[in-house]
Design a protein around this ligand. Structure first.
Ligand code: AMP
Length: 423
């Protein structure tokens, strides 16, 4: 049997790559508008980065990492990046960016890898657009990040999105809240799902967003995080809400939103598009004030988000909003006979050196099939040169939209086509 692509991966063929390119272009524009610069980190990293960065109790680390031998060092392994925040922070530290600037704003676009159960909207290789701000503790930054995502979706025309925000506290107030949750869930331990039984002492907050129906029921009446925030976290959250209101961002507060990765502090947020069903989260993020220190750096408050590009495209498709790829104007030179073909090749080469999209036939096809090809590639202008025209020093210029034709001097073809194509 022919070899197939690995489960949970996709081929992005030329017929759909235009959507990706259009989306990426918009993402880059958005990032520039908000003052973010692009960063590209390796696709694989030392596994310890994710163990330390994402948290050993998370699903991502426990079940979903692609880990493999380094080939050099028996005591070490590499892992395909399951997300990009830990790598961005590593790059921030390794390149001592903290010593060069007080505020760092980075964005990335790229593949992430998780050994998850593939289904609609969930893949093993998927693409994220994400952004990180390192060096700001202001709650206004949190509101700015959420606003940035919302403006992006608005610019795509996407409707029916829900923005959920929460505060998950900080190392001052979370331990006491954790204890309250453990006390609350301990008597129900046997009824919790297997994952939540494991989470009970390690990360009881995660029980609150377990999708299992029994766990959902068991968590009714659990202590609420908002009643257990310290003054700093409380004030921070109030400011986030105030600035979201100033930015006219519609949001709801979801006290059960804790997110899958361990590093979050204070603000956590998610954007949901419910028609996507079980995989309705299209973007999510939060503050991670402790992560830089946890990875060996100086105390650096930070916040980030990531958006699943496949899910954005699925949402766009559902609302019939897939971005139309921009088509450049193209020309085609129909050459009939060897002498004409040589002349055409010289003209095509000259036009291409001027960045004009121009094609010609090299298979000695008939006029009819060359015109058919010109049509297929959506050429707007066609130059026809046969041996007779060549002798007269002329060529026929045909406008494909209207089928109008005119005779022009062969010597003018390059100027004429380049001004039409670029005009
Ligand atoms: P996370 O890094 O888990 O916070 O995810 C951020 C965003 O990435 C989510 O809101 C999804 O849109 C997207 N995402 C996460 N995991 C997957 C996956 N396995 N397949 C497709 N998209 C994903």
């Amino acid at each position: 049997m022919a070899i197939q692509r690995p489960r949970g991966t996709q081929d992005i063929l030329p017929s759909t790559v235009g959507y990706w390119q259009a989306l990426e272009k918009k993402m880059r524009q958005l990032a520039a508008t908000y003052g973010f610069q692009e960063i590209r980190t390796p696709i694989f990293e030392d596994t310890r980065l994710f163990l330390r960065g994402i948290g050993e109790t998370t699903d991502v680390v426990q079940k979903e990492m692609y880990t493999f031998p380094t080939g050099d060092d028996k005591d070490k392994t590499f892992t395909l990046r399951p997300e990009n925040t830990a790598s961005a922070v590593r790059a921030y530290l390794e390149n001592k960016i903290y010593g060069q600037e007080t505020l760092t704003k980075w964005f990335y676009i790229g593949s992430m890898f998780r050994h998850d159960k593939p289904q609609a909207g969930r893949y093993r290789e998927f693409h994220q657009f994400g952004a990180e701000v390192l060096g700001s503790q202001s709650a206004v930054t949190d509101a700015e990040m959420i606003t940035m995502i919302v403006q992006f979706f608005q610019s795509l025309g996407l409707a029916d999105l829900n923005v959920e925000v929460n505060s998950v506290g900080c190392p001052h107030c979370r331990p006491a809240y954790r204890e309250k949750l453990i006390t609350f869930f301990e008597p129900k331990k046997e009824e919790l799902c297997e994952d939540c039984q494991n989470r009970l002492y390690k990360n009881p907050l995660r029980i609150l967003d377990c999708k299992n129906e029994t766990c959902k029921k068991l968590s009714i009446g659990a202590p609420e995080i908002h009643e257990n925030l310290c003054e700093d976290c409380h004030d921070h959250f109030e400011t986030v809400k105030k600035y979201l209101t100033i930015a006219k961002v519609p949001f709801v507060i979801n006290p059960r939103l804790v997110r899958g990765l361990d590093y979050y502090t204070k603000t956590a947020f998610e954007v949901q598009y419910t028609p996507l069903g079980a995989q309705s989260a299209i973007a999510g993020g939060g503050r991670y004030d402790g992560l830089v220190e946890q990875l060996g750096g100086p105390h650096t408050p930070a916040i980030g988000f990531a958006m699943g590009m496949e899910r954005v495209l699925l949402a766009l498709e559902k609302q019939d909003l897939l971005p139309k790829p921009e088509e450049e104007k193209k020309a085609y030179i129909v050459a009939l006979g060897e002498a004409a073909r040589q002349k055409a090749f010289a003209m095509v080469t000259a036009l291409r050196s001027m960045n004009c999209q121009v094609a010609m036939d090299v298979e000695n096809k008939s006029m009819k099939s060359q015109l058919k090809h010109a049509n297929k590639i959506h050429a707007k202008y066609v130059i026809i040169v046969g041996d007779d025209e060549l002798q007269r020093g002329e060529a026929v210029l045909r406008f494909m939209d209207t089928s109008e034709q005119e005779t022009i001097a062969l010597a003018d073809v390059i100027d004429k086509i380049s001004s039409l194509v670029k005009g």
